[in-house]
Ligand binder design. Structure first.
Ligand SMILES: [Zn+2]
Length: 127
């Protein structure tokens, strides 16, 4: 198999990735909507239940659920922000270029994680 020269994405790759980003963005927006409703439900139910007693198991469950939904919401919102950033970079012709080293990001990586802003070398977990 011939090695692809490391240069900007082809127009068809870019179009495919743009679709992927748009689809992931739509999914993130839906997830945020669902989580926001779940959050509202939890808040509504916790105002119905008297949570003035710390030892009330109901109160503890609600607090746990609330923290869980909050974490998922934060995650979905940051995902959405990353996707918006990726789309914005795409519009400026900066998409697919590593933010750290300026090298092209491998197409397989972009397909797997379309919002990626760094190449695989710059994303190695630091231990
Ligand atoms: Zn890099």
């Amino acid at each position: 198999m011939a090695e692809q020269p490391s240069r900007a994405l082809s127009a068809s790759d870019e179009a495919a990735l743009r679709d992927l980003l748009a689809a992931e963005r739509a999914a993130a927006v839906t997830r945020i909507g669902v989580l926001t409703r779940a959050w509202d439900d939890i808040v509504a139910s916790s105002s119905l239940v008297a949570v003035d007693d710390e030892h009330d198991p109901e109160g503890a469950t609600i607090a746990f659920e609330r923290a869980h939904v909050q974490a998922l919401l934060d995650q979905a919102r940051s995902q959405l922000a990353d996707l918006d950033l990726a789309l914005e970079r795409l519009g400026r012709g900066r998409y697919g270029t590593c933010e750290r080293c300026g090298q092209p990001i491998a197409l397989e990586r972009l397909r797997a994680r379309p919002a990626a802003t760094t190449c695989v070398h710059c994303t190695r977990p630091r231990r």
